[in-house]
Design a protein around this ligand. Structure first.
Ligand SMILES: [Zn+2]
Length: 237
């Protein structure tokens, strides 16, 4: 379940499934422009160990490396080192945090419609399991704030891409009188279930970024805003 918490007077959201991982989804409350350094400070992370990839709506997954700051053309990063803090930026696209409790490794994936269609989350999971040899039952998956099936009206290219990315899309592709809507959080959750992640290991944020534009940024609702909220993780020692 998601709950609000304060980190240095900033409101963030967390999942109670991830008590073993430093993690949060930031909001737009209390800040003009958010800096991840605030969270790094609270989690005792050196500024030099903050990493963030250049997100390009790809399905490229990389492992973080100590001393490497540049992750070009990367939309999912797997962390194996507790010294580093990782963040990715979002406004409507789906943030997915993956955590392998047994091996203590974690990842954040950026799953917009392109990433979701290219199955970036199962791809990340596959790489994590190959690295740790953990069982899929040891993986926890947190699907963060994203535009909901209530607001995400899409065209044919998106519908076809989404339909080919999962076996069962009946709950995630929604026909309404004015067009077809897609629930990206639902599609990503379905991909995880079809991969074998137990349902009780998956937590889905209830907020739609467009409906709750007071809490989060929405690229659609705000006509292409450049502002972003963040998904952030740091492994515990
Ligand atoms: Zn909505």
């Amino acid at each position: 379940m998601f709950y609000a918490e304060k980190i240095n007077n900033l409101t963030v959201y967390c999942s109670d499934l991830l008590s073993d991982l430093n993690h949060c989804f930031t909001t737009r409350l209390e800040v003009e422009s958010f800096s991840p350094n605030i969270i790094a400070k609270a989690w005792n992370c050196d500024e030099n160990n903050i990493i963030h990839p250049i997100q390009t709506h790809s399905a490229n997954v990389k492992f973080s490396e100590i001393g490497v700051k540049d992750y070009p053309d990367t939309d999912s990063v797997i962390m194996t080192n507790p010294e580093q803090m990782l963040y990715l930026k979002f406004a409507d696209c789906t943030p997915v945090i993956l955590y392998d409790k047994k091996a203590n490794i974690g990842a954040i994936a950026h799953a917009g419609w392109r990433g979701t269609t290219q199955r970036i989350v199962p791809k990340t999971l596959q790489k994590m399991i190959k690295y740790s040899h953990s069982d899929v039952c040891d993986i926890y998956c947190i699907i963060g704030p994203a535009i909901g099936g209530c607001c995400y009206k899409v065209g044919e290219e998106v519908i076809n891409g989404i339909k080919s990315s999962v076996r069962d899309y009946k709950d995630s592709v929604i026909s309404k009188s004015d067009g077809i809507y897609v629930d990206l959080k639902g599609v990503n959750s379905q991909q995880l279930l079809e991969f074998g992640v137990p349902k009780e290991n998956i937590d889905i944020c209830p907020f739609c970024t467009s409906c709750r534009n007071d809490l989060f940024y929405s690229y659609r609702k705000e006509n292409g805003t450049i502002e972003r909220h963040y998904a952030i993780i740091k492994l515990k020692n």
